[in-house]
Design a protein around this ligand. Sequence first.
Ligand SMILES: Nc1ncnc2c1ncn2[C@@H]1O[C@H](COP(=O)(O)OP(=O)(O)OP(=O)(O)O)[C@@H](O)[C@H]1O
Length: 199
Amino acid sequence: MITAEKVTVRFGDHTVLDAMDFRAPQGQISGIHGRSGTGKTTLLRVLAGLQRPDAGTVLIDGGPAAQVGSIAMLDQHPRLVCNPRWSLTRIIREPADIARRPVDPVSVAEGVGLDPELLTRFPAQVSDGQLQRACLARALVQRPRYLLCDEPTAMLDPIATADVAELLRSIEVSGTGVVLVSHDPDIISELCSTTTELR
Ligand SMILES: Nc1ncnc2c1ncn2[C@@H]1O[C@H](COP(=O)(O)OP(=O)(O)OP(=O)(O)O)[C@@H](O)[C@H]1O
């Protein structure tokens, strides 16, 4: 269980999260929605241990937020987080290489619906949706207990959106906890066991 208690984040005199409580169990999809600028990405960054809150605590299965391997984050902007000089194979396999674990990029790519023929390409040579799938593959290679997804379908057409929804469901079924930020009310109501609205 991810347990955030009384989390407060301020940027200057702007309080983005004000003593917020949030919970996300393993094996479920927990949704977060709300208008632009209400702090959804900020909350994910706090849960991932990437942003230190000004007050409050985050525990992952009772331990510190930044436990290695416990959390992977799927960023809203894959082009900003992928090294443009790396092939998709290298992007996908890097977490396994760091952990000195074997990985088969072809089967991982197939698992997220990414055509393995694209694996030798670089980010500039694939579409946004294809790069998002490579990022999802990279996240899954980390075998996280929790996967935090920031608007994973924002750049996708309806068919690709349905594919990603199906993937998130299978990730949930495998026992991983998914936290899903989305502006799409259909995705939230279709996939999420619980929903938190930020205002
Ligand atoms: N590093 C930062 N420094 C200053 N202000 C920031 C910083 N990061 C975010 N903010 C501000 O905090 C607020 C919340 O930002 P955040 O990105 O969390 O919102 P969001 O709900 O994810 O928005 P969107 O739906 O548009 O992605 C915004 O007003 C934003 O301008």
